[in-house]
Each structure stands twice: as structure tokens, then as C-alpha cells.
Design a protein around this ligand. Structure first.
Ligand code: EPU
Length: 426
């Protein structure tokens, strides 16, 4: 399984470069199914989830060549002849269901394992399915799989454009329906959509293949279906959650840390929350952020997670670690996932004083954590445990680090290069 062993209390300094965004790269790989020609993706992060998405595409029959050293992958979707995303892969990574929209749009048929819940929540896919239905698909659920196809007996029949209203601005549903609309007949309008920068990245990628996707980044996306899509060469945007993680690490124990490829505009709410705490964070330019030693004592604050442009749920465990050592009472409210405080018991084992009350965490800042053996529960909670270890007194062992490796490229190497005392052990 592997673990990180951290000797806490070191000061971090120097430069760290943020990699490509996990939550964009996965969708761009899935969206490549829609193309008739070769896709080249650049700045693809070397993480486990990307490897799983590559496996999914290969299972469908796509050719995929990865050049991890240069962070490039080439996808040839020409030979896709299987429309099933199997349980073995979907259970490893629920984002595998993002192949449903492209397969349905291009081939009129998809069979995908139902992902089920995980360590952060129950994670329904009802909104994805409702969108497909609105666009003329019908589905049935059998033996843990969803079989979905265009509801027409005509050979080569496609989905049709429709007005789709999402009850909640789900990112996955927005992405799946947006991709489904690309090769549909006519215009699809999706209301109350997710607005994350990764949604805009996906729309830009689709448009570079010849799609007609408009207004991504607003709460209503309009897609005019086209007959086919061509190959493209595209660079994945930088990962804002990785950037937020390193900014917080620097806020915890840094002195002069420059975070390159951190686009503060993708992180605006987080950025201002850190300033409110008193983190000495400054914008160098659109793509670079600097964190210096604190000028005064940090203050407790309240944080509520919300879909973008609200405070990102993925940075909730990360900011909780910082607040756990800030004297006074902070309240963190989780509004996106019902089960995203599982890591709190681990943090309390390191001396934090956090009580969970429904979807609120009431944090009494303790000034200092102490090293302990702790587990990772998911990718962000795992990274949060590492941050706790960096600031704690003594040794912290973070186990189950495969969760962290799913989403952070070279996490320990990057922290080591900033001066952290962190080792990976098998
Ligand atoms: N939801 C429904 N029905 C649906 C879809 C979603 O009820 O059909 C609910 C979910 O149960 C959840 C909420 O809506 O409570 C948000 O889910 P959403 O669909 O927005 O999330 P997602 O697309 O499954 C992505 C990221 C997550 C990130 C969330 C929220 C990827 C691969 N995953 O998940 O990232 O937390 O959006 O921003 O893009 C991570 O990177 O660690 C991670 C978990």
C-alpha cells in the first residue's frame, strides 16, 4: 500500500511547479472518444487516475500512446468498437462514467457500471441519466450496469438537442451532457450547470475539435450539435486544487514559497479566505503566487463549501488542517458531499480539537499538532494528512497513500524539493 513518513517542523522555501489538472485531463481523455481523428494532449499529469482513464479507453478499443516523461498522450479513437465501461475500472475510479456521454453521442449506445458511493459520499448519477433521457435516450438498470441507448429503430439515429435543467450544478452531469450534445441533432441548452474552470477547459477542447459549445463558465451552456469532430492538439490547464494544496502547505510552514502555474483567478474564493486568515500570500502575476512568512498571528474564520465560484469542497480538508492550529474557533461547513469529514478523527489523533455536528466542523485551534500514524481516506483527505504531518512535532506516518497518488503528481518529491523531510516507504 505504501506510506509517507514525515519528520515535521521543517520550513518550506523555494519554487514548486503545478502540473496539469486531474479533473480536466480525465474529461479530455473521455471526450477524445468523440473525435474521428488523432488527439494529442499535453501537460497530462502523471497520476493513477489518468492511468485508469487510459485503461478505460483501451478497453473500448482506442489506441493510446503515453509519453509520461513529456506529459503527452496521443489517442486514436478510430477503432473504438466496444461501448462498455466495466465494473473493474469504474469501481477503481468513478470518473470512468464520463465515457457515457461521448459513447452515447457518437455510437448511440453505452453500457456502464453503476459507480456506487465512496469515502466522501453516496454520489448519485441521476442527473446524468435524466439529461440523456431529455435528449432522447432510454435506459435500464440490470446486474449493476446501466444500459443506455438512443430510443429509435433507425440505423445511425442520434440523440436530439433538448432543454436540460439540472437540479444541482453537478460537474459530472454538466460534462457528460455537454459531451452528449456535441454530436446530437440540433441545439442542447443545459441550465444550472457547473461553472468550474475545468468545465471551460473541456468546452475549449471540444471546440478545438470542431464542436460548437457556447457560454461555458456561465450557468447556462448552449451546444449546437455538429456531424463529426476532428483531431486536435491541446494543453491541459493547471490544477487549481494542487495549487491550493501547496499554497496551504506554505501557509502552514513556509517562508518564501513561489507556486508556479497557480492561476489565482481559478481560486479566487480560496485565495481571499487565506488572506482573511492572515496568510501572507501575494499575486506575482496571472500564473504565479508567492507565500511569505506570516506578518502577524493567524485568525480563525468560517468557511462553507459550494459549487464554483464558491469555496471548493476539494480544499475543505486542506484548509481544515490550517485552521486546526489557528487559536480561536473556526467553523467549516461542507455543503457538497455528505461524508467528507471522515479524516477529522485522524486529525484529532494528532492533537486537533474538532467536533463534527452534522455538516459542520467546529474547530478549536490548538496551536500545534503532534505526529502520529494516520490513514488517508481519499485523495484530498490524504494530502491534508501530509500537510498536518509537515507542521506537527515529531514523526507522522501517512498510510494508504495510493489515494494521494491518484490525484497528486510527485507529491512527496515536490514537498522534498521545498525542504520537507518526507520519505516514501513501501
Ligand atoms: N449529484 C447528484 N446527482 C448526480 C450528480 C451529482 O445528486 O447525478 C450530487 C453528488 O452526490 C454530490 C454533488 O452532487 O453530492 C456534487 O457532485 P458532482 O457531480 O458535482 O461531482 P463529481 O463530478 O462527481 C467532481 C470532482 C470531485 C469534486 C466534485 C465537486 C472529478 C473527477 N471529480 O466530482 O473531485 O469534489 O466534482 O467539485 O472531476 C477530487 O478531485 O478529489 C474530487 C473528489
Amino acid at each position: 500500500m505504501g506510506k509517507f513518513v514525515i519528520n515535521g517542523g521543517r520550513t518550506l522555501s523555494g519554487k514548486v511547479k503545478i502540473g496539469g489538472a486531474k479533473n480536466s485531463a480525465l474529461k479530455l481523455i473521455a471526450a477524445s472518444i468523440l473525435s474521428d481523428g488523432k488527439i494529442t494532449l499535453r501537460n497530462v499529469p502523471g497520476i493513477e487516475d489518468v492511468n485508469i482513464m487510459i485503461e478505460v479507453l483501451k478497453t473500448l478499443g482506442a489506441g493510446v500512446d503515453a509519453d509520461p516523461e513529456n506529459k503527452i498522450i496521443e489517442i486514436n479513437p478510430e477503432n473504438i468498437n466496444n461501448y462498455e465501461a466495466p465494473y473493474e475500472l469504474v469501481r477503481k475510479m468513478r470518473a470512468s462514467i464520463l465515457v457515457a456521454g461521448p459513447l452515447l453521442s457518437k455510437f448511440g449506445s453505452v453500457k456502464v457500471a453503476i459507480p456506487g458511493g465512496d469515502n466522501i459520499g453516496s454520489r448519485q448519477i441521476d442527473l446524468h441519466l435524466k439529461g440523456f433521457e431529455d435528449m432522447g435516450a432510454k435506459y435500464s438498470i440490470e446486474h449493476g450496469y446501466i444500459n443506455c441507448r438512443v430510443n429509435s429503430n433507425k440505423a445511425g439515429a442520434r440523440l436530439y438537442g433538448a432543454m436540460v435543467n439540472l437540479d444541482f450544478p453537478s460537474r459530472g452531469a454538466t460534462e457528460n451532457i455537454m459531451m452528449a450534445g456535441c454530436l446530437a441533432d440540433g441545439q442542447t441548452v443545459i441550465n444550472n450547470v457547473a461553472r468550474e474552470p475545468e468545465i471551460v477547459d473541456l468546452a475549449n477542447f471540444l471546440n478545438s475539435m470542431g464542436a460548437d459549445v457556447q457560454r461555458a463558465g456561465t450557468d447556462c451552456i448552449v451546444i449546437n450539435g455538429v456531424k463529426n469532430l476532428k483531431g486536435t492538439d491541446y494543453e491541459v490547464m493547471p490544477d487549481s486544487i494542487e495549487a491550493g494544496t501547496f499554497i496551504t502547505a506554505a501557509g502552514l510552514c513556509g517562508s518564501g514559497v513561489e507556486i508556479e502555474n497557480a492561476r489565482w483567478r481559478s481560486l479566487e474564493t480560496f485565495y481571499f479566505k487565506l488572506k482573511e486568515i492572515g496568510v501572507n500570500i501575494s499575486i506575482i502575476d496571472e500564473n504565479n503566487i508567492k507565500v511569505d512568512s506570516p506578518q502577524k498571528a493567524y485568525k480563525p474564520i468560517n468557511v462553507s463549501t459550494l459549487p464554483y465560484p464558491g469555496f471548493p469542497t476539494d480544499l475543505q480538508p486542506i484548509i481544515t488542517v490550517l485552521l486546526s492550529i489557528v487559536p480561536g474557533v473556526s467553523i467549516v461547513t461542507e455543503n457538497v458531499f455528505e461524508n467528507r469529514f471522515m479524516y477529522v478523527d485522524e486529525l484529532n489523533r494528532m492533537g486537533a480539537n474538532i467536533k463534527i455536528d452534522g455538516h459542520h466542523a467546529v474547530i478549536k485551534g490548538v496551536g500545534k499538532l503532534s505526529g502520529a500514524p494516520v490513514r488517508s481516506f481519499d485523495v484530498r483527505a490524504g494530502a491534508a494528512m501530509v500537510l498536518a504531518g509537515l507542521t506537527a512535532e515529531g514523526f507522522t506516518e501517512v498510510s494508504d497513500i495510493y489515494h494521494i497518488q491518484r490525484g497528486y503528481e510527485d507529491f512527496e518529491k515536490k514537498l522534498f524539493s521545498l525542504g520537507a523531510d518526507i520519505k516514501k516507504m513501501s
